[in-house]
Design a protein around this ligand. Structure first.
Ligand SMILES: NC(=O)c1ccc[n+]([C@@H]2O[C@H](COP(=O)([O-])OP(=O)(O)OC[C@H]3O[C@@H](n4cnc5c(N)ncnc54)[C@H](O)[C@@H]3O)[C@@H](O)[C@H]2O)c1
Length: 367
C-alpha cells in the first residue's frame, strides 16, 4: 500500500522530504500545503504532486496517512495538533516545539488521540551512526558494549551564518525559532551525541550574543554530564568561518570520531583503538552503511507506520534533546548547574527557552 503524505511547508526543507518520499518507492506526496498558496502550487507542479493549497484541513479531508511538517518551529504544535485530532500521524521537523511546555502539550495530544508523532533528527539514521550507538550501548547486564565505556566527549557545531542571513524578519527571534544555534543548528549534533551516549543528567553552560543582530544567542557552550558518568563539552556557534560538525567520544577502549558538515557517510567516521584493543578496527564501522539523510530517516518512518512501532524519533525521546537545549539556556542565564527533570511547570525556562529573558537587549523590531 502506498502511504499518502501531506507535506506542509513548501520552503527550503520541502525538497529533502519530496526527494526522500520519491526515493522510498513506498509513499507518495498527495498534497503540498503552505500559507503561501502560490509557493505550494509551484512546488507541487515541479514535483508532480496533484493537489496543493493553503488549508491543512482540506488536505486532511482528502485522505492522508501521514502529515509532515516543514514549517517554522512556532507552527509545529498547532499544525501537529490539527493532524493528530484528525487521527493522522505526524512527522515534524526539528525543533519539534518552541519550549518544554509546548512539547508536553504535543505529547499529551499524541497520547489522547493515539496518533503518533515523530521528529526529524536525520543524523540518528546514518548506517555508521546506528552502528556506533549499538556498539557503545551498555549490555542488558550493565556491562560495557564492544567499544567500551564512554568517558569523555566533545560535540561541536561550528557553523557560519553571515549577517545577511539574520536580516530575514523572523530569524533570530525567540518567539519564532525558540533560540539561536542551540535550538536551530547544534540541536542535530547533540541529539546524535545523546543517541550515542544515552541520557544526560546535568549541564553547566554559557551563551552569548557576540556578533549578529539577533535577539537569540549566536554562540553557546555547555559542559554536560551523562547518566553513565561520561563528561562532554557541547559548542553551538554560527560565527565560525571554517565550518565543521564533529563528535568525538573517548571510551576506555577507543577514540571514536565523526567529522562532517550537514550529513555524514562512513568515511566521516574514524576509530582509533586504545593500546591492546587493535581488534576493534575490524568491528567498526562494519558493513557499509547509508549516509545520514532525510531519506534514511524516512525509511525508518515508513517501516514504523507499517509495524505500528513509535514513529522515529519518538517525541518522548526528542524531549530529552529539547530538555538539554532548555537546560543549556537555563544554566547560561542563571549561572547555575541544571539537572535533568528539574525544569518543570511553573519554571520560566519550561514556558520559554529564554526563561524570563536573555541577559542582553533585543535588537529585532517588535512584531
Ligand atoms: N532537518 C534539517 O536538516 C533541517 C534543515 C533546514 C530546516 N529544517 C527545519 O525545517 C523547518 C522549515 O525550515 P525551512 O528552512 O524550510 O523554512 P522556510 O522559511 O524556507 O519554509 C517554511 C515554509 O512554511 C510556510 N509556512 C509558515 N507557516 C505556515 C503555516 N502555518 N501553515 C503552512 N505553511 C506555513 C512558509 O510560507 C514557508 O513556505 C524548520 O523547523 C527548520 O528548523 C530542518
Amino acid at each position: 500500500m502506498t502511504t499518502r503524505v501531506v507535506l506542509v511547508g513548501a520552503g527550503a526543507i520541502a525538497a529533502s522530504h519530496l526527494a526522500a518520499v520519491a526515493e522510498s518507492g513506498r509513499a507518495e506526496v498527495t498534497w503540498v500545503v503552505d500559507v503561501d498558496e502560490a509557493r505550494a502550487a509551484d512546488v507541487a507542479a515541479r514535483h508532480g504532486v496533484r493537489r496543493s493549497g493553503g488549508s491543512l484541513a482540506a488536505a486532511l479531508a482528502g485522505g492522508a496517512d501521514l502529515v509532515v511538517l516543514g514549517t517554522p518551529p512556532g507552527t509545529h504544535l498547532p499544525l501537529a495538533t490539527e493532524a493528530l485530532e484528525a487521527g493522522v500521524p505526524v512527522l515534524t521537523e526539528k525543533p519539534p516545539a518552541l519550549s518544554l511546555a509546548e512539547m508536553d502539550r504535543l505529547i499529551a495530544v499524541q497520547d489522547r488521540t493515539g496518533a503518533r508523532v515523530g521528529v526529524v533528527f536525520q543524523h540518528r539514521f546514518g548506517g555508521a551512526g546506528l552502528r556506533a550507538a549499538e556498539l557503545l550501548a551498555p549490555r542488558g547486564d550493565g556491562s560495557p558494549g564492544p567499544l567500551g565505556r564512554p568517558l569523555v566527549a566533545t560535540c561541536d557545531t561550528l557553523w557560519f551564518r553571515a549577517p545577511a542571513y539574520f536580516e530575514v524578519p523572523w530569524r533570530g527571534r525567540w518567539e519564532v525559532e525558540g533560540g539561536g544555534p542551540t535550538m536551530g543548528h547544534g540541536i542535530h549534533q547533540f541529539d546524535l551525541l545523546l543517541a550515542l551516549l544515552g541520557p544526560w543528567s546535568a549541564v553547566r553552560a554559557m551563551a552569548a550574543r557576540l556578533s549578529r543582530d539577533t535577539d537569540t544567542e549566536d554562540v553557546s557552550a555547555a559542559v554536560v554530564q551523562f547518566e553513565s558518568g561520561a563528561v562532554a563539552t557541547i559548542v553551538n556557534s554560527v560565527l565560525s568561518p571554517r565550518e565543521v560538525s564533529s563528535i568525538r567520544v573517548d571510551t576506555d577502549r577507543a577514540t571514536l570520531e565523526l567529522e562532517h558538515l550537514y550529513g555524514y557517510d562512513d568515511a566521516g567516521w574514524r576509530l582509533t583503538p586504545a593500546p591492546g584493543y587493535a581488534d576493534l578496527a575490524a568491528v567498526f564501522p562494519g558493513a557499509p552503511g547509508r549516509p545520514s539523510s532525510h531519506a534514511a530517516q524516512w525509511a525508518a518512518v515508513l517501516d514504523a507506520l507499517v509495524s505500528g512501532a513509535p514513529l522515529p524519533v519518538p517525541v518522548e525521546v526528542a524531549r530529552v534533546t529539547l530538555e538539554l537545549a532548555a537546560a543549556t539556556y537555563a544554566s547560561a542565564f542563571t549561572g547555575r548547574e541544571v539537572r535533568r527533570g528539574e525544569i518543570g511547570a511553573g519554571d520560566p525556562f519550561y514556558e520559554r527557552m529564554q526563561g524570563p529573558g536573555a541577559p542582553w537587549p533585543p535588537v529585532k523590531a517588535p512584531r
